[in-house]
Design a protein around this ligand. Structure first.
Ligand code: ASP
Ligand code: MG
Length: 405
């Protein structure tokens, strides 16, 4: 007998028939003798529709009311799930975030979980009930409803699993695990049996949108193994776990693609102390995150500075950069949003050399020009022209033999 947290995403609970199918899965696990806590998202599309309606009601909906509104999507699914289970003859009870004592900070719209008083969940489990908790929501210290940011039900599930000390945290979704790369781009993509938290963190932030990135950070901190799997079949998915020595034997575990960045270059800025600070401080002050930065030293005490930002921040970043460039003496600003970032990721990089050169050579063999490069301990990223993006992914997948076990 085990204590299992099962989280089901929006497509898995997208209509009553699917809710019924999920209920059967939950019931099966319960019948096997497990204690089960179910965490649910809203039906797919619902959160988007609520956001749309809010913007129809007001051009600038206030954050507090937005959270009151958005949390209703999950309220619908947990009640329906509970009713469905009851109709099947099971004892079930739904809990909203505040009832499950999910305490967050007051960061409306992207609140952070501070504490979970798991007593009520545990009491219901002691009564042999299936507990169905609304994901994505909590309550701040003033009693306001908060939400955890898009995709936040994953984080709810992992946090609850940590709080109740669950034996397993299963995240059921519409894909059957984490792949070496996006199967829609590369038909040789292969499902990974296991991946480390750190690799997953790199993949999530680089656009492999299977898990909310914050949930992986949480899982790492509290050492909660996550099993990502499909709610539409019985197959084993991918385990997201602590790194172990077996993982390091693989040089690279995955290739990711991110088309969500754009590039800005300031030409011929003075190569002097303080210049980077002048350019990046106003960007930071406006909440714009800069991802990659590269500085080329040129002759004559001048340098070109290139960086990338997300496409959503791009226009604002251009305006700010142009203003600073003026202040620096009318320096030219070049911009491009037809770029893509391809990355190879793997904890094995720590112990294998030559990964970067293999990546660069593979791209060079196809005549793909690399415009920017960044690395971390377990990742190498190259910015290339967007038109080669998919090709680059396939080439790199081959170059690191990711289709072979
Ligand atoms: N319903 C929320 C969203 O669509 C939270 C979630 O699904 O995890 O972002
Ligand atoms: Mg999700």
């Amino acid at each position: 007998m085990a204590l299992i947290v099962q989280k089901y995403g929006g497509t898995s609970v997208g209509d009553l028939e699917r809710i019924h199918n999920v209920a059967k899965r939950v019931a099966k696990s319960y019948d096997e003798g497990n204690d089960v806590v179910v965490v649910l998202s809203a039906m797919s599309g619902v959160t988007d529709r609520l956001i749309e309606m809010a913007h129809q009601a007001s051009s600038k909906p206030c954050k507090r009311e937005m959270d009151v509104l958005l949390s209703t999507g999950e309220q619908t699914t947990v009640s329906l799930m509970s009713m469905t289970l009851q109709a099947m003859g099971y004892k079930a009870e739904s809990l909203l975030g505040f009832q499950a004592e999910i305490q967050t900070d007051n960061g409306a719209g992207k609140a952070r979980i501070m504490r979970i008083g798991a007593n009520r969940i545990k009491r219901l489990l002691d009564e042999k009930k299936i507990v169905v908790v609304a994901g994505f929501q909590g309550m701040d210290c003033d009693g306001n409803i908060t939400t955890l940011g898009r995709g936040g039900s994953d984080t709810s599930a992992v946090a609850i699993a940590a709080a109740v000390n669950a034996d397993a945290c299963e995240i059921y979704t519409d894909v059957d695990g984490i792949y070496t790369t996006d199967p829609r781009i590369c038909d040789k993509a292969r499902k990974l049996e296991r991946i480390s938290y750190d690799e997953m963190l790199e993949m999530a932030s680089l656009g492999a949108k299977v898990l909310q990135i914050r949930s992986v950070g949480f899982a790492k901190k509290y050492n909660v193994p996550i099993h990502v799997r499909s709610s539409f079949n019985e197959e084993e998915g991918t385990m997201v776990v602590n790194e172990d020595s077996g993982m390091e034997q693989l040089v690279v575990s995955g290739v990711t693609l991110d088309k969500n960045e754009a590039r800005i270059t300031v030409k011929k800025v003075p190569d002097q102390p303080g210049v980077s600070a002048k350019i990046f401080s106003p960007l930071a002050a406006s909440g714009i995150q800069v991802d990659m930065i590269i500085q080329n030293t040129r002759s004559g005490g001048e340098t070109d500075l290139t960086f990338t930002v997300t496409k959503t921040d791009y226009q604002e970043a251009i305006e700010i950069t142009r203003r600073v460039a003026e202040e620096l003496g009318g320096k030219e600003v070049l911009v491009a949003d037809d770029i893509a970032k391809v990355s190879v990721i793997g904890v094995g990089m720590k112990n294998h050399s030559g990964v970067a050169s293999r990546m660069f050579q593979a791209l060079a063999d196809e005549n793909i020009n690399i415009r920017l490069i960044t690395t971390s301990e377990i990742r190498i990223s190259c910015v290339i022209d967007e038109r080669y993006a998919e090709l680059a992914v396939r080439i790199l997948h081959d170059a690191f033999s990711l289709d072979e076990l």
